[in-house]
Design a protein around this ligand. Structure first.
Ligand code: SAH
Length: 212
């Protein structure tokens, strides 16, 4: 946990983490608990790490940047697409509790891994399935975070945003490099902000890349 705190201090020093409630969440969630055994010793370096089924837990800097960008706050209703290890969901759950975090994962083995890592979080629900369609029955959401790269912004996700709701996702035609897009559902229309270049595993599904 001491080392986790050091990792957080570095993110603060670099200006990536800024908001008090988000900093607290990063301090309370030990990244090591979300890494697979063979990579636990690398848990605090600023890199993505392999988990299961050729997927990765995102780099701490990226998790921090995406979390800050969607401005989550207490009581928010949140959707994550791409549960992976459950690390990002745990961070969000700490910030929004008693608000809920729904996190969808398409690979069953990973949905189980995330579920196991998130057992103590009563405000997180893990769903096994295709998240590219969103989660109509629990919409509207204050925050939607997609942690896999989409070929384009799925319109269906924009429709599941609350007024002033925030959607963040990496977008790119090329499977492994994307531009991070923040989309805000303003009264006067959707505002789209580009947050730079990133590399994510692909979003595979109805509104993602096709699985061939
Ligand atoms: N947020 C995760 C990292 C996710 S990596 C963490 O904190 O560890 C991206 C994940 O998205 C992978 O586990 C991948 O299986 C999943 N994924 C890809 N396409 C998906 C889809 N259509 N629906 C749900 N999950 C998807």
């Amino acid at each position: 946990m001491e080392e986790n705190k050091k990792m957080v201090s570095k993110l603060i020093a670099r200006g990536v983490l800024r908001t008090e409630s988000i900093i607290k969440a990063f301090e309370n969630v030990d990244r090591k608990d979300f890494c697979v055994d063979e990579h636990k010793e690398l848990a605090y370096i600023d890199r993505p790490l392999p988990i299961l089924a050729e997927q990765t837990i995102s780099q701490p800097t990226t998790v921090a940047l995406m979390t800050e960008a969607i401005r989550p706050s207490k009581g928010d209703n949140v959707l994550e697409i791409g549960a992976g290890s459950g690390y990002q969901a745990a961070i969000l759950a700490e910030i929004v509790k008693p608000g809920k975090v729904y996190t969808i994962e398409r690979i069953e083995e990973l949905a189980k891994f995330a579920e196991n890592n998130l057992k103590e979080y009563t405000n997180v629900e893990i769903i096994h399935g295709d998240g590219s369609k969103g989660l109509e029955e629990k919409a509207p959401f204050d925050c939607i975070i997609v942690t896999a790269g989409a070929p384009k912004v799925p319109e269906v996700l924009k429709k599941q945003l609350n007024v002033n709701g925030r959607l963040i996702l990496p977008v790119g035609k090329n499977t492994y490099t994307q531009r991070m897009k923040l989309i805000i559902n303003k009264k006067e229309g959707f505002e789209e902000i580009d947050l730079g270049s990133f590399a994510f595993v692909p979003l595979i599904g109805k509104h993602g890349f096709k699985n061939n």
